[in-house]
Ligand binder design. Structure first.
Ligand code: HEM
Length: 101
C-alpha cells in the first residue's frame, strides 16, 4: 500500500514537472514551423497536439519526409488516421516549443 502511495506521489510530481516545463516553452507560428520541413533548414520539426518535436536525428524523417508525410506542420490528425503506431514514437524526441494557434 505504501509503495503504491509513493508511486502515486512520484507520478503526480512528474506530471507537475512536465506541465511547468511546457509553460516555459517558446511559441512558434505555423510559418516558423513550416521552415523546419527538412528542405529549407537543417532542423526537422513536427507538431503533435500543440507541441513541437525535433526529429532531426531520425533517419525515418530524413529530408523531412516520413511515409508520404511532410515535417514542418501539425500532423496530429494524420497520426490518428494513418499511422500504424501511437504518439509514443515521440517520447525519445525533445520538445522544442509550442505551436501558436
Ligand atoms: C502512413 C503513415 C505512417 C506510417 C506507415 C508510419 C510508419 C512508421 C514506422 C514503421 C516507424 C518505426 C517503427 C515504430 O516506431 O513504430 C515510425 C516511426 C515514427 N513515426 Fe511514423 N508512420 C506514419 C505516420 C506518421 C505520422 C503522421 C507521424 C507524425 C505525427 C509519425 C511520426 C513518427 C515518429 C516521430 C517516429 C519515430 C522515428 C524514430 O524513431 O526515428 N508517423 N513510423
Amino acid at each position: 500500500m505504501t509503495l503504491w502511495c509513493m508511486l502515486y506521489v512520484l507520478q503526480s510530481l512528474f506530471v507537475l514537472y512536465v506541465r511547468i516545463m511546457e509553460q516555459d516553452l517558446k511559441m512558434y507560428t505555423r510559418s516558423q514551423l513550416a521552415l523546419r520541413n527538412g528542405q529549407d533548414r537543417d532542423e526537422i520539426w513536427v507538431a503533435y497536439k500543440g507541441l513541437i518535436y525535433d526529429v532531426t536525428t531520425s533517419r525515418l524523417w530524413r529530408n523531412g519526409k516520413h511515409y508520404e508525410h511532410w515535417a514542418g506542420q501539425d500532423l496530429s490528425e494524420e497520426l490518428e488516421q494513418d499511422a500504424p503506431h501511437t504518439h509514443h514514437v515521440f517520447d525519445k524526441f525533445q520538445v522544442v516549443g509550442k505551436l501558436k494557434h
